[in-house]
Design a protein around this ligand. Sequence first.
Ligand SMILES: [Zn+2]
Length: 256
Amino acid sequence: MEFTWLKVPQWEKYETLLHGFMGRRGGKSVGPYAGLNVSYRVGDDAKIVSQNVCDMKQAVGIHDGRIITMKQIHGDQIIDVKDRNIKEAGEGDGMKTGEKEAFLGILTADCVPILFVAPEEKIVAVVHAGWRGILAGIAPKMVRLLNSQHGISPDAIEAALGPAIGPCCYEVKEDVSRPLVERWGKIAELCIEHRDGKTYLDLRRLNRAILEQAGVPSKKIYDIGPCTSCSPDEFFSYRREKKATGRQISFIGWAS
Ligand SMILES: [Zn+2]
């Protein structure tokens, strides 16, 4: 079975690091969830979702260990994963771990999935960062926690921003753009585009900008994959479908 599995070229050198941004290709779900839907919370058949997770783990080489996810709520809660045998870490939008064989997963359908790695310390982290997560500052919060709790300097952190809705498609109203500008000022303004009397937001660019402000070097932040809304064959997009749709998964962890 052929999956869409995007990887960070700069991370190929970390031999035991398994990671990727999966698309919708290759799963067994049907209808609006076709095919690699990995969410149990969007109305899809749970048995098929389990099968999808299983098939995808095989495909990416996760033979031992679990993919650990969260009940994501568009906030800034970050969970420390200390037990690699759990399937769900609780309610939150970020996780970090130093455990081997613990593969952290983020589910998205337009929001930005961010994978973090500190290669020296072998720590990995994930964040779910749509506009609410950006407003709450979840990505820089992760950088601060990696520093304060693990002693990792921001300039030793690498971050990959996965497939998300782009400024080509993500029209927003004032209720979104205004609080972002109030919170992030000039850097938010630079990520808001005006075309034909409409306002569009560049979620990835804004996440990148606030990560850079938090001290992560620009050259260690990678943009991976296209706009989800522009890629109906490859990725789920909540905004494009305007109704029931699946969720794709992004994951990272050290096999050893
Ligand atoms: Zn687009």
